[in-house]
Ligand binder design. Sequence first.
Ligand code: SF4
Length: 230
Amino acid sequence: MIKITEHKKGLKMEGFLSLNTAPSVNPFCKHMSKDKACICAQCYGRYMERRYPRAKQAWIDNFKALTTAVLTDEQAANIADVFNRKRRLVGVRLHSVGEIYNDFHIENFRKIVSNIKVDIPVTIWTKRLSFIKGLKERLQCNIIYSNPRINTVIEPSHFADIPVLHTFNVYDDKVQQNADMARLKASGINTVECTGSCKDCMVCYPKYGTETAHCAIFELTRKAQGKTRS
Ligand code: SF4
C-alpha cells in the first residue's frame, strides 16, 4: 500500500501532497551521498528518515512497491485517487524525499500521473532526466531538474531534448549564490530565489502545458539560512 505524505500547516509545502521513497534504501542516493560536492551529502530526506521512523518505513515500503514491478491500472488509479479526492489540495510533488531509481519507478509515476483527473499542478523533481527521456509515453507533468552539484547553477536552456521547466540549484555559500544570480540576470536568464512557501509562490507549479518562462531557481540550505540569520 503506497503512503502519500501530507504537508502540514506552517511548513514549506503546506497544502501539498507528495509521493516519496526512502533515500536510505536507494543505491543511487547512497552513492551520491558520499560525494561532498553533491547536495546529496546534506540530504534533508535522510535527516527526516532519522527523525521520523514511521515515515521512513512508509517510504521504504513505497520504494519496494514502485521499483519492483509495474503497477496494475487499478493500483495506479487507486493511488491517483488519493490526490483526486483530497479537498483544498494546492499541488502534488513527485519526490519531496527520494529519487527515481529504475524504469519501473518512472513508469509507475507516469501511470499514476496519467490517472490524476483534478485540475491541480503536478511537478516532478529529479536529478535523473535519462529515465524521463527513456519513457515511451510522455510524462504529463512539470519537470524540474534538481542540480546535484552544490554552489553551482545549471541554466534552464541546458536541456534541448527534455522539456525541463526550471532548474533547482542549492547553495550553502550565500556570496556565491548572489554572484551566480547576478551573472545569470545580466545575461537575461530568469532567476528566482526560493521563498520557502510554495503555496504563496507556485513558481514550480504552473498548470501543466501552459506557457511558462523557464527559470534557474536558487535555494540556500537550511543550515546556511541559519548562518545568514545569525
Ligand atoms: S521556488 Fe517557490 S514553488 Fe519552488 S520550491 Fe521554492 S517556494 Fe516552492
